[in-house]
Design a protein around this ligand. Sequence first.
Ligand SMILES: Nc1ncnc2c1ncn2[C@@H]1O[C@H](COP(=O)(O)OP(=O)(O)O)[C@@H](O)[C@H]1O
Ligand SMILES: [Mg+2]
Length: 267
Amino acid sequence: MKQIISIASHKGGVGKTTTALNLAFSMSRIYPGVLVIDLDPQGALGIAGNVKRKNKLGLMDLIMGRSTPEEIITYTKDKKLAMVGMGNVEIDELIVFEEAATSGKLKEVLYDLAQGFAYVFMDAPAGVGPITRTMLSMSTGVLMPVNSKNTTAKSIPLFLKLIEKIKERENPNLSLEGLVITMLDYSNAHEISIRRDLIKSFPPGILFKSFIIHNSKFEEASLKGVPVAMLKGGEDLSGNYMNLALELLARQATQNQSEDDYAEELF
Ligand SMILES: Nc1ncnc2c1ncn2[C@@H]1O[C@H](COP(=O)(O)OP(=O)(O)O)[C@@H](O)[C@H]1O
Ligand SMILES: [Mg+2]
């Protein structure tokens, strides 16, 4: 089944964009047909626009009818990962983008783009506005990055409730893939205690065992708009996201297995 995974959180600066791009990159090493789409019109760091600056067109240009899907997709050199950035966003177009979400046009455009890809990752803006809701209404899964610096386990259930609501009302296919701790500084006792609290706060299977360590190379890569693996000396760090990709695939295999078992019980 085609997987459409939203990387979302009500918070900004928790590593959504970094996770979307690097997880998509790792997935593209093990799975054919991976696409990552940037859906944050106000994101300071984009996904594909900066890759060698070859393609400045993006989702906004598609929404505005200025470009075709073929024109806005950029590929990594090895062609394994397809990327769509936001493109040229004029300030007065921000509202057009939100309106496209509300009217259903954004959803149509995203389904169109996703055609022909097996695994699609979508990078959400912060918050629970119309763009995030549109994404969740058409996703098969949602993965929530959790910043190990200032996260409180208390604020997370609010977002999980929104996911449940969308699942009940609009999209029964939506699964919570899990929460992933990002930017973890292992030498910082406070962060380690936050991680411990998170592990205690959620039932098993919610928090990914894989986590992403804090390293300035991730920032450097974000500024260039490339996966960290593409930076000199970044290959080892990309292992963090490879572990997450493998864990995600393992979780999904278990989910499918339990759905198959359930189907067998029915027939
Ligand atoms: N593992 C990491 N280590 C260090 N810096 C990181 C890491 N992950 C993300 N960052 C940096 O933190 C900032 C916020 O990350 P970003 O992915 O843009 O978050 P969001 O999309 O949730 O706003 C960016 O400057 C990014 O480069
Ligand atoms: Mg972002």
